[in-house]
Write a protein that binds this ligand. Structure first.
Ligand code: ZN
Ligand code: FE
Length: 256
C-alpha cells in the first residue's frame, strides 16, 4: 500500500509525494516548485528519499535544484531527455526500489515530449503530462502514432490502477469529452460529479484507469461511435486507432 499526497503548485500543477504509510522518507514526483514541498516536509517531519521526473518541462522540473540543496537525493528522469541535475537517467522497463520497499517500473510514453516516462507501481501510475484525467497531453514533440501507442501501454495496466497526472484539467477535459461523445451517460455523470468537486475546491485527481477507459475519449479510439464522430469532424474515413487519435487530438486542440 502506498500513501500519496498531492500539493497544489503553480497554476494548476500537482506535485505528488509518495511513500508507504509510516515511512519517514517520501518520493516527490515532478516538483515544478520547491517551496510547497519543503514546507510540507518540514511541517510533517518527513525527509526526501528521491525525486522522480517524467519529462523536461519547467513546470515539472524547476524545483529540483532547490530541493537538492536541502536533500541531496537521487533524481530519476527520462534517459532520452537532457534534464539538468538528473542523476539517474532511467529507461523503459527499469525497476526502482526505494528504502520503504516500494517498487516502481519505468514506462516510456513518448508523445507529449520525445522522452516522457511514467512510473508505475504499488497500484499507482505517475503519468506526468501523458495521460490526464479525461484527457491527454498535447503533442509538443512526438507523433500521434507515438502518443497512441503510449496510451495503449497505459491501457494495458490493471483497471484499478490510480492515475496521478500532473495537472488539474478534468473539468475542461470533460467538456470536450461531452462534445466528442454526447450520448455517453458515464461522461455526463462524471462531468456533474467533477463540477461539484471543483465547486468545493477539491482535487479530481486521482481517478482509476477503469473510469478513464470509460470516459476519456483519448483512450476510446476503438469505440465505433467515437470513430464515427472523429470521421465526421475530419471529413474522411479513419482506418487505424492512431488515425482516430490524431483526429480526436486535433479536434480538441481546435476547440481549446
Ligand atoms: Zn509538460
Ligand atoms: Fe505540465
Amino acid at each position: 500500500m502506498l500513501e500519496v499526497r498531492g500539493l497544489e503548485a503553480l497554476d494548476d500543477n500537482y506535485i505528488w509525494l509518495a511513500g508507504r504509510p509510516g515511512s519517514q522518507r517520501v518520493m516527490v514526483v515532478d516538483p515544478g516548485d520547491a517551496e510547497p514541498v519543503l514546507a510540507y516536509l518540514s511541517h510533517q517531519g518527513l525527509a526526501l528519499e528521491a525525486i522522480l521526473i517524467t519529462h523536461h518541462h519547467g513546470d515539472h522540473t524547476a524545483g529540483i535544484g532547490e530541493l537538492l540543496s536541502h536533500y541531496p537525493v537521487p533524481v530519476f528522469g527520462p534517459s532520452r531527455e537532457a534534464i539538468p541535475r538528473v542523476t539517474d537517467p532511467v529507461h523503459d522497463g527499469q525497476r526502482l526500489t526505494f528504502s520503504d520497499g516500494s517498487t516502481f517500473q519505468v514506462l516510456e510514453t513518448p508523445g507529449h515530449t520525445r522522452g516522457h516516462i511514467c512510473f508505475h507501481g504499488e497500484g499507482v501510475l505517475f503519468c506526468g503530462d501523458t495521460l490526464f484525467t479525461a484527457g491527454c497531453g498535447r503533442l509538443f514533440e512526438g507523433t500521434p502514432q507515438q502518443m497512441s501507442d503510449s496510451l495503449d501501454r497505459i491501457l494495458a495496466l490493471p483497471a484499478e490502477t490510480l492515475v496521478y497526472c500532473a495537472h488539474e484539467y478534468t473539468e475542461a477535459n470533460l467538456r470536450f469529452a461531452q462534445v466528442a461523445e454526447p450520448a455517453n451517460s458515464e461522461i455526463r455523470h462524471r462531468a456533474a460529479e467533477v463540477a461539484e468537486q471543483r465547486r468545493l475546491g477539491r482535487p479530481t485527481v486521482p481517478a482509476t484507469l477503469d473510469l478513464e477507459r470509460r470516459t476519456n475519449p483519448f483512450l476510446r479510439c476503438r469505440i465505433p461511435h467515437l470513430i464515427a464522430a472523429a470521421e465526421a469532424w475530419v471529413g474522411h474515413p479513419l482506418t487505424t486507432p492512431a488515425e482516430v487519435f490524431r483526429a480526436v487530438r486535433a479536434w480538441k486542440d481546435a476547440l481549446d
